[in-house]
Design a protein around this ligand. Structure first.
Ligand SMILES: O=C[C@H](O)COP(=O)(O)O
Length: 255
């Protein structure tokens, strides 16, 4: 179901102690300052070792949810060092980020592997936050829309209607991630509207309207309000600014 949503992706940052302190600050600030029908769901995505403890700090029945940054494609077995979707669900995770450009770039995750991960995550009852986004080279070559259409088709549109219904999409232009160079609100809106068009073609108009589509890439307390005001931008996948309680809370308040 389409909804306002802000997810904080901590990536490989924070110690356990700092992470728990951050979550306590955020939950307290949000409880005091955030309310109303426009207020988003908030997903906290810490590193694996912190998941269980962070989950315990999230108030039950509140707007907060726990998410992971990745998962393996199998339910279990001899895969040393890996974490299955079932394990994530068992520690209270409800979301998992998949297809982040850092996973694609540094860990060689391709559409075939991501398809398997998506299926596995859905089978375990997790909501995937599936990331797509073009490089600067692709944008400058004026190939953004072809590139994104292919990422959607190969990465996501193999899902059944019922499966697709449970997926959140995050548009993250690679050139904007961690660079301080945010996509303009017009650029974000243009791509988000394009994504909805592609969903309508692959599924139907209702699916397109019901999909939650987040923007990610140097979103911060200063630019979130304008980004979230765009008709097809439903929220954000936040990296750097999710590591500071005041900044993250301001972003959560930006609807
Ligand atoms: O997952 C989050 C994105 O990669 C955005 O990161 P950023 O906000 O640090 O640019």
């Amino acid at each position: 179901m389409r909804q306002h949503l802000v997810a904080g992706n901590w990536k490989m940052n924070m110690t356990y102690q700092d992470g728990l302190a951050l979550v306590s600050e955020i939950t307290n600030m949000v409880a005091d300052e955030v309310s109303g029908p426009q207020a988003p769901q908030v997903v906290i995505c810490p590193p694996f070792p912190f998941l269980h403890s962070v989950g315990k700090l999230l108030p039950q029945g509140s707007r907060f949810y726990l998410g992971a940054q990745n998962c393996h494609q199998k339910e279990g077995g001899a895969f040393t060092g890996e974490i299955s979707p079932k394990m994530l669900a068992s520690v209270g995770c409800e979301y998992v980020i998949l297809g982040h450009s850092e996973r694609r770039q540094y860990f060689g995750e391709d559409d075939e592997l991501l398809s398997q991960k998506l299926k596995a995550a859905l089978a375990a009852g997790l909501t995937p936050i599936f990331c797509i986004g073009e490089s600067l080279e692709t944008r400058e070559a004026d190939e953004t829309f072809d590139f994104l259409a292919k990422q959607l088709k190969d990465g996501l549109f193999h899902l059944s209607n019922e499966e697709f219904d449970k997926v959140v999409i995050a548009y993250e232009p690679i050139w904007a991630i961690g660079t301080g160079r945010t996509a303009s609100s017009a650029q974000a809106q243009e791509v988000h509207a394009f994504i909805r068009e592609q969903i309508a073609r692959a599924y139907d108009a209702e699916a397109a309207q019901n999909t939650t589509i987040l923007y990610g890439g140097s979103a911060n307390a200063q630019n979130a309000r304008e980004l979230f005001a765009q008709p097809d931008v439903d929220g954000g996948l936040i990296g750097g600014a999710s590591l500071k309680s005041r900044d993250f809370t301001e972003i959560i308040k930006s609807f």
